[in-house]
Design a protein around this ligand. Structure first.
Ligand code: NI
Length: 182
Protein backbone atom coordinates (compact mmCIF):
# COMPACT_ATOMS: atom_id res chain seq x y z
CA UNK A 1 0.00 0.00 0.00
CA UNK A 2 1.24 3.43 -0.90
CA UNK A 3 1.01 5.97 1.86
CA UNK A 4 0.70 9.53 0.70
CA UNK A 5 1.59 12.06 3.31
CA UNK A 6 -0.69 15.06 3.19
CA UNK A 7 1.34 18.22 2.77
CA UNK A 8 1.25 20.45 5.79
CA UNK A 9 0.01 23.97 5.34
CA UNK A 10 0.12 26.82 7.77
CA UNK A 11 -3.22 27.26 9.51
CA UNK A 12 -4.41 30.82 9.81
CA UNK A 13 -6.74 32.89 11.96
CA UNK A 14 -10.20 31.30 12.14
CA UNK A 15 -8.95 27.71 12.13
CA UNK A 16 -10.22 26.07 15.35
CA UNK A 17 -6.96 24.16 15.90
CA UNK A 18 -5.34 27.49 16.77
CA UNK A 19 -7.78 28.06 19.64
CA UNK A 20 -7.38 24.69 21.31
CA UNK A 21 -4.99 23.93 24.16
CA UNK A 22 -2.50 21.51 22.60
CA UNK A 23 -1.86 18.15 24.26
CA UNK A 24 1.26 17.09 26.13
CA UNK A 25 3.54 14.76 24.21
CA UNK A 26 3.73 11.47 26.08
CA UNK A 27 6.17 9.57 23.85
CA UNK A 28 8.95 11.19 21.89
CA UNK A 29 8.87 8.57 19.16
CA UNK A 30 9.45 8.26 15.43
CA UNK A 31 6.16 9.98 14.63
CA UNK A 32 7.13 12.98 16.71
CA UNK A 33 10.55 13.03 15.02
CA UNK A 34 8.91 13.12 11.58
CA UNK A 35 6.52 15.85 12.68
CA UNK A 36 9.39 17.93 14.03
CA UNK A 37 11.34 17.56 10.75
CA UNK A 38 8.26 18.71 8.90
CA UNK A 39 7.82 21.69 11.24
CA UNK A 40 11.41 22.83 10.63
CA UNK A 41 10.87 22.51 6.87
CA UNK A 42 7.60 24.47 6.91
CA UNK A 43 9.16 27.17 9.12
CA UNK A 44 12.15 27.56 6.79
CA UNK A 45 9.96 27.67 3.72
CA UNK A 46 7.83 30.40 5.29
CA UNK A 47 10.92 32.35 6.38
CA UNK A 48 9.69 32.13 9.94
CA UNK A 49 11.77 32.19 13.11
CA UNK A 50 9.43 29.92 15.03
CA UNK A 51 6.53 27.54 14.51
CA UNK A 52 4.21 25.71 16.90
CA UNK A 53 2.65 22.34 15.98
CA UNK A 54 -0.96 23.67 15.98
CA UNK A 55 0.09 26.05 13.21
CA UNK A 56 0.30 23.04 10.91
CA UNK A 57 -2.84 21.50 12.36
CA UNK A 58 -1.30 19.20 14.97
CA UNK A 59 -2.53 19.82 18.50
CA UNK A 60 0.65 18.76 20.33
CA UNK A 61 2.84 20.77 22.70
CA UNK A 62 5.85 21.20 20.43
CA UNK A 63 7.52 24.23 18.93
CA UNK A 64 10.57 24.71 16.75
CA UNK A 65 12.62 27.82 16.18
CA UNK A 66 15.79 29.23 14.80
CA UNK A 67 16.81 32.67 15.94
CA UNK A 68 20.13 34.50 15.75
CA UNK A 69 22.81 31.83 15.78
CA UNK A 70 20.79 29.30 17.80
CA UNK A 71 20.68 26.79 14.96
CA UNK A 72 17.44 24.82 14.57
CA UNK A 73 15.96 23.91 17.95
CA UNK A 74 12.96 21.94 19.14
CA UNK A 75 11.18 22.24 22.48
CA UNK A 76 8.66 19.57 23.49
CA UNK A 77 6.24 20.15 26.39
CA UNK A 78 7.66 23.62 27.04
CA UNK A 79 7.12 25.40 30.34
CA UNK A 80 7.89 29.08 30.76
CA UNK A 81 9.72 30.09 33.90
CA UNK A 82 11.36 33.07 35.49
CA UNK A 83 9.78 35.81 33.43
CA UNK A 84 11.29 39.22 34.16
CA UNK A 85 10.82 42.79 33.04
CA UNK A 86 8.85 44.15 30.11
CA UNK A 87 9.72 44.66 26.47
CA UNK A 88 7.55 46.21 23.82
CA UNK A 89 8.35 45.35 20.25
CA UNK A 90 6.82 44.63 16.88
CA UNK A 91 5.52 41.11 16.47
CA UNK A 92 4.10 39.12 13.58
CA UNK A 93 2.62 35.64 13.27
CA UNK A 94 2.62 33.21 10.35
CA UNK A 95 -0.98 32.40 11.27
CA UNK A 96 -2.07 36.05 11.04
CA UNK A 97 -0.38 36.88 7.75
CA UNK A 98 0.38 40.43 6.76
CA UNK A 99 -0.23 42.04 10.14
CA UNK A 100 2.32 43.20 12.70
CA UNK A 101 1.62 44.68 16.10
CA UNK A 102 3.44 46.31 18.96
CA UNK A 103 3.07 43.93 21.87
CA UNK A 104 4.48 44.11 25.37
CA UNK A 105 5.83 40.88 26.79
CA UNK A 106 8.30 39.84 29.49
CA UNK A 107 11.84 40.91 28.60
CA UNK A 108 13.60 37.80 29.87
CA UNK A 109 12.23 34.31 30.21
CA UNK A 110 13.46 30.80 30.66
CA UNK A 111 11.80 27.92 28.88
CA UNK A 112 12.22 24.31 29.92
CA UNK A 113 11.20 21.23 28.02
CA UNK A 114 12.61 18.27 26.10
CA UNK A 115 14.46 17.96 22.83
CA UNK A 116 13.83 15.39 20.13
CA UNK A 117 16.10 12.87 21.92
CA UNK A 118 14.08 13.21 25.10
CA UNK A 119 16.79 15.15 26.90
CA UNK A 120 15.77 17.94 29.18
CA UNK A 121 16.59 21.37 27.78
CA UNK A 122 16.49 24.80 29.31
CA UNK A 123 16.99 28.00 27.31
CA UNK A 124 17.13 31.52 28.61
CA UNK A 125 16.29 34.31 26.23
CA UNK A 126 16.03 38.06 26.18
CA UNK A 127 14.14 40.47 23.91
CA UNK A 128 13.39 38.78 20.54
CA UNK A 129 14.21 35.34 21.86
CA UNK A 130 12.11 35.84 25.01
CA UNK A 131 9.27 37.14 22.87
CA UNK A 132 9.51 34.08 20.64
CA UNK A 133 9.20 31.65 23.58
CA UNK A 134 6.16 33.49 24.88
CA UNK A 135 4.60 33.66 21.41
CA UNK A 136 5.06 29.91 20.86
CA UNK A 137 3.74 28.87 24.27
CA UNK A 138 0.74 31.12 23.62
CA UNK A 139 0.11 29.12 20.43
CA UNK A 140 0.22 25.89 22.44
CA UNK A 141 -2.30 27.35 24.89
CA UNK A 142 -4.63 28.30 22.04
CA UNK A 143 -3.88 32.03 21.99
CA UNK A 144 -2.99 34.19 19.03
CA UNK A 145 -1.18 37.49 19.31
CA UNK A 146 -4.48 39.23 18.58
CA UNK A 147 -5.49 38.45 22.14
CA UNK A 148 -2.48 40.42 23.39
CA UNK A 149 -3.66 43.63 21.78
CA UNK A 150 -5.36 46.50 23.52
CA UNK A 151 -9.02 47.10 22.66
CA UNK A 152 -8.39 49.70 19.96
CA UNK A 153 -5.61 47.74 18.21
CA UNK A 154 -7.73 44.65 18.32
CA UNK A 155 -10.78 46.33 16.85
CA UNK A 156 -8.65 47.64 13.99
CA UNK A 157 -7.08 44.23 13.39
CA UNK A 158 -10.44 42.43 13.39
CA UNK A 159 -11.85 44.97 10.95
CA UNK A 160 -8.90 44.36 8.62
CA UNK A 161 -9.20 40.56 8.92
CA UNK A 162 -12.91 40.83 8.07
CA UNK A 163 -12.14 42.98 5.03
CA UNK A 164 -9.69 40.39 3.80
CA UNK A 165 -12.12 37.54 4.46
CA UNK A 166 -14.58 39.38 2.23
CA UNK A 167 -11.99 39.37 -0.52
CA UNK A 168 -10.78 42.96 -0.27
CA UNK A 169 -7.11 43.52 -0.86
CA UNK A 170 -4.84 43.92 2.12
CA UNK A 171 -4.57 47.31 3.73
CA UNK A 172 -1.61 48.12 5.91
CA UNK A 173 -2.55 48.17 9.56
CA UNK A 174 0.75 47.65 11.20
CA UNK A 175 3.62 50.07 11.57
CA UNK A 176 6.39 50.10 9.01
CA UNK A 177 8.95 47.61 10.36
CA UNK A 178 8.88 43.96 9.40
CA UNK A 179 10.19 41.62 12.01
CA UNK A 180 10.36 37.92 11.16
CA UNK A 181 7.23 36.01 12.08
CA UNK A 182 6.66 32.99 14.28
NI1 NI B 1 2.62 32.74 15.58
Amino acid sequence: MMLRVAPYRIRTFGDPVLRRRAEEVTDIDERVARLVDEMHAVMREANGVGLAAPQIGVSKRIFVYEIGNSGPRTVINPVLEEAEGEWEHEEGCLSVPGLWFHITRAKRVRVRGYDIDGREVSYEGEDMEAKLYQHEVDHLDGHLLLERLDAEQRKQAMRELRRRAEGHSAREVAPAGREPRA
